[in-house]
Design a protein around this ligand. Structure first.
Ligand SMILES: Nc1nc2c(c(=O)[nH]1)N[C@H]1C(S)=C(S)[C@@H](COP(=O)(O)O)O[C@H]1N2
Ligand SMILES: [Mo]
Length: 435
């Protein structure tokens, strides 16, 4: 670990950011902060003499590039800061590593393909789809090998799902650590997949009566394998070849990946080359030494597949400070649950003492990202921003202390607790914890 790393704020034991709720309450800062927005924008009509209004600009005067300039479009040059980022000290190599979705720059519920976080254990496999095969073996009536062309002849479906790595927010278990929601919550993406229901492929091979588990395997250098229970495979899993309408990106498993809706990202095997059917789980590395939750008793929770309800405010946040001063402010964030739809998101501006119900806008789809907003009139005082999500099964997000009381302090995986951002009067935002 390099403590001098720019994006890292050591909250524990570093004076300037060691913020407890009590100290804020004492200072009288945890009060009302803001009311719901009502007025008009104060800054709207101040254009008098503004050359951007009175002068003709170059882009107005000269012809622009023609249609042949960008056969495959990329974002505006002014958006070049909107990129995936990694944290160098987090992993020993870049091949077995992770980068993070820039959540603070995005809106709506769909993640653009080029910004979907990447997690791979053996680098990106570059596979010509003509050379790709999917094999089904084990407890089936017919062992089968499919080409990509074969798979294109099955009926296909389009569905929107989030994928969250079980290690998302893992660095935050013991205290506020990374200064930005890209780093604290960016191991997630949400796209529309096109693929074949796994059920149809398994039916083609014919399941034996004792077929209870699947072992999907990746064609990459890590040959990722996990055990997937048959009920899930037959319920809503997809073998997907498209994301957001175009072919999967190489980073996301081109030409074929498994989609395991609502369940931890590790099971969504990329570069899917084989599915073995068995009668019991395989107890491989990623379901024993990794992706299990070590409790205080020394026992570990295993097969904790579902990603429980979670949310985060993406703006304002440390990488998206408030630049506009007091007045109307849009508080925005995302929420998701592996159990189904998000039914409610509450937002607090005073560290969890009072809550207001946020407005969910855009499609509300099961096991997909949801977008929420709270529009306030900021009085310019310090805020302790939090959000908490509730899903259609009535589950809601715990506080950090509630989570630690239930699971102890050893865990990395499955941290779905409430995040706090400290917004200061000058608009800067920091990752903090309230007691
Ligand atoms: N073949 C293969 N599949 C894999 C992995 C891998 O390293 N190899 N990583 C897994 C992990 S840990 C996660 S979180 C997701 C990440 O998916 P993404 O790269 O599309 O974000 O892929 C999973 N599938
Ligand atoms: Mo992961």
């Amino acid at each position: 670990m390099k403590p001098e790393d720019k994006i890292m704020t050591e909250t524990k034991g570093s004076g300037s950011t060691n913020l407890s709720r009590r100290s804020l309450l004492k200072a009288g800062l945890a009060g009302s902060g803001a009311a719901l927005a009502t007025g008009a924008l104060p800054a709207a009509a101040r254009a008098e003499g503004d050359p951007l209004i009175t002068e003709i600009q170059d882009w107005n005067r000269y012809l622009g590039e023609g249609v042949q300039a960008r056969p495959y479009g990329t974002p505006s040059q002014f958006e070049s800061h909107v990129v995936r980022r990694d944290v160098e000290w987090l992993t020993a190599s870049t091949e077995s590593s992770v980068n993070f979705t820039p959540l603070h720059e995005l809106d709506g519920i769909i993640t653009p393909n080029g910004l979907c976080f990447e997690r791979h254990h053996g680098g990106i496999a570059e596979i010509n789809p003509a050379d790709h095969r999917l094999m089904i073996n084990g407890l089936v009536d017919r062992q089968m090998v499919f080409t990509m062309e074969d798979l294109m002849r099955f009926p296909r479906e389009n569905r929107v799902y989030f994928l969250e790595c079980a290690a998302n927010s893992g660095m935050e278990w013991r205290g506020a650590q990374l200064n930005g929601c890209q780093y604290t919550h960016g191991m997630i993406h949400c796209v529309v997949y096109t693929g074949v229901p796994l059920k149809l492929i398994l039916e083609e091979a014919g399941l034996k009566t004792n077929a209870k588990w699947l072992m999907p395997e990746g064609a990459d250098a890590s040959a990722m394998t996990r055990s997937v229970p048959m009920e899930k495979a037959l319920d809503d899993c997809l073998v997907a070849f498209k994301m957001n309408g175009e072919a999967l990106r190489p980073e996301q498993g081109y030409p074929l990946r498994l989609v395991v809706p609502g369940w931890e990202g590790n099971m969504w095997v990329k570069w899917l080359r084989r599915i073995e059917v068995g009668d019991e789980p395989w107890h491989h590395r990623e379901e024993t030494s990794k992706y299990t939750d070590l409790l205080e008793t020394g026992k570990a929770r295993r097969f904790t597949w579902v990603m429980d309800p979670k949310s985060v405010i993406t703006s304002p946040s440390p990488q998206a400070p408030v630049r506009h001063g007091k007045g109307p402010m849009v508080i925005s964030g995302v929420a998701w649950s592996g159990n189904g739809r998000i039914t409610r998101v509450d937002v607090s501006i005073d560290g969890g003492r009072n809550w207001q119900t946020a407005r969910i806008d855009g499609p509300s789809l099961p096991k997909a990202m949801h977008r929420f907003y709270l529009d306030i009139d900021w009085d310019g005082s310090d805020l302790l921003l939090q959000s908490r999500a509730m899903d259609e099964n009535g589950y809601f997000q715990p506080t950090k202390n509630e989570l630690r009381a239930a699971r102890g302090e050893n865990s990395i995986y499955h941290n779905n607790s409430i995040q706090t951002w400290y917004v200061q009067a000058d608009g800067t935002v920091e990752n903090v914890e309230v007691g």
